[in-house]
Design a protein around this ligand. Sequence first.
Ligand SMILES: Cc1nc2c(=O)[nH]c(=O)nc-2n(C[C@H](O)[C@H](O)[C@H](O)CO)c1C
Length: 153
Amino acid sequence: MIIGVADTTFARANMGAFAVDELKKHTSARIIRVTVPGVKDLPVAAKKLIEEEKCDIVMALGMPGGKDQDKICAHEASQGIMMAQLMTNKHIIEVFVHEDEAKDDAELAWLLEQRTREHAVNAVLMLTRPQDMTKLAGTGQRQGFADAGPARR
Ligand SMILES: Cc1nc2c(=O)[nH]c(=O)nc-2n(C[C@H](O)[C@H](O)[C@H](O)CO)c1C
């Protein structure tokens, strides 16, 4: 089993390092990491990890900035990532932390790490224990900020 990790230099924290560190806690799978400039470079990076490096699943890690043009970039990158998933028939877990989700730098740093680590666990579960993901169905999981929890009547 091989897990791909693609991250960016645009992000304001080392998301790839968090992902690799967390993945290693949960799996002995081989990990291949690549870094690209920004989110729009992630789709082809992920596709190459799948097609050329034979990764079974990929984490695509990025931080869209807070400006309008950043949000457009993020939307385009997202569409590319979805297309790459459909072209390869493999999951690419998109881990985007929008810079303006956080109220300040400290919260941004925390969120970039926390969401990455929680999605790393998701990637391992999806690949190795999909039945454990099913146990979490409908539980209002969130990555980073607190879980929403199930809706109550
Ligand atoms: C405007 C812009 N915004 C972002 C962003 O918010 N987050 C990010 O990771 N990258 C951004 N980029 C860079 C592009 O994703 C890409 O790296 C360049 O267009 C080179 O292909 C650009 C150009």
